[in-house]
Design a protein around this ligand. Sequence first.
Ligand code: DAH
Length: 348
Amino acid sequence: MTITDELTALEAQAQADLAAVGDMAGLADWKSRYTGKAGALTRALRSMGSVPAEQRPELGRRLNALRVLLDAAFESAESRLKLAAQDAELASDRIDVTMPGHAPALGHTHLTNQVIAQVHAIFAEMGFQLDESPEVELDSNNFGLLNFADDHPARDMQDTFYVEMPPEAPSVLLRTHTSNAQIHAMRRAAPQPLRVLVPGKCYRNEQVTARSEMQFYQFEFLAVGRNITMADLKGMLGFFAERMYGPGTKARLRPSYFPFTEPSAEMDVSCFLCEGKGCRICKHSGWLEIGGCGMVHPTVLRNGGYDPEIFSGFAGGFGPERIALLKYGIDDIRNFYSGDVRFVEQFG
Ligand code: DAH
């Protein structure tokens, strides 16, 4: 084969290899094989010495022309590959603007807080002020000053979470009810009349079941003044029942016992589901129990700084979870704190 034939074959091979190059690494490899310093063209140039002198000019022209040709082919392959890389990048960045979007997830108020807000609004209409009391509380404010006898079963270790304290410190606990607010509110207001509503968390060392949680909310309402009677309590509850559960809902009081009220009563509202006819929710009684209440015990009034000869008052406590359980037919109180969004989202 003459050198000219060899160059023709080299050109064909170089062009074929270049056409097959698929990426930049392949292109660099091609360059070092053909047009680079140690490539085939350089080797052919070096072999000029062995060619008869009269053929050299022609061969030199061939070689130069081939270099120009292959360099140009290299450049066009390089820009082809760059464009392909850009296309691939664009394709991977591509977004379909006609696809349906993701709706942002919006939060909403938890059912418990919704009920608290509703109850607050109803009591605010009746002139009650929102108040608060400590969750970590002195034993005396939670029990003793509310007229609990020292051996009252509610003080039992099984019902109450006590806080570990040094031996000489007073007994401290997690409040078992919001009734501790009575002592704080009265001592702050006495001898002025007062009307407060106190929502808050309470804690009891109880077995967790579908009906009771260790942590739950309560409301305490308390009104103290001159000439406050049980009729005021009854009237207020009737107003609350209608506002909370709808027009026509009735309230009734059933005799009961609490150490801090005398007389004491359970508060019932007429079943708003069956309108008093009897159903599963009201256990066919036509009534739903929502909490306890009564006339503030004279001893408690005195502990709060009021003279029971001059002042009287009513108080009561109930739970927003129970109100919601009844209102929405929820069968398990543990749903409120389980954090299960399938439950929470139903009340958006
Ligand atoms: N503290 C009571 C409880 O947790 C509820 C209660 C009953 C509150 C009667 C009161 C009341 O203010 O007068 O079961």
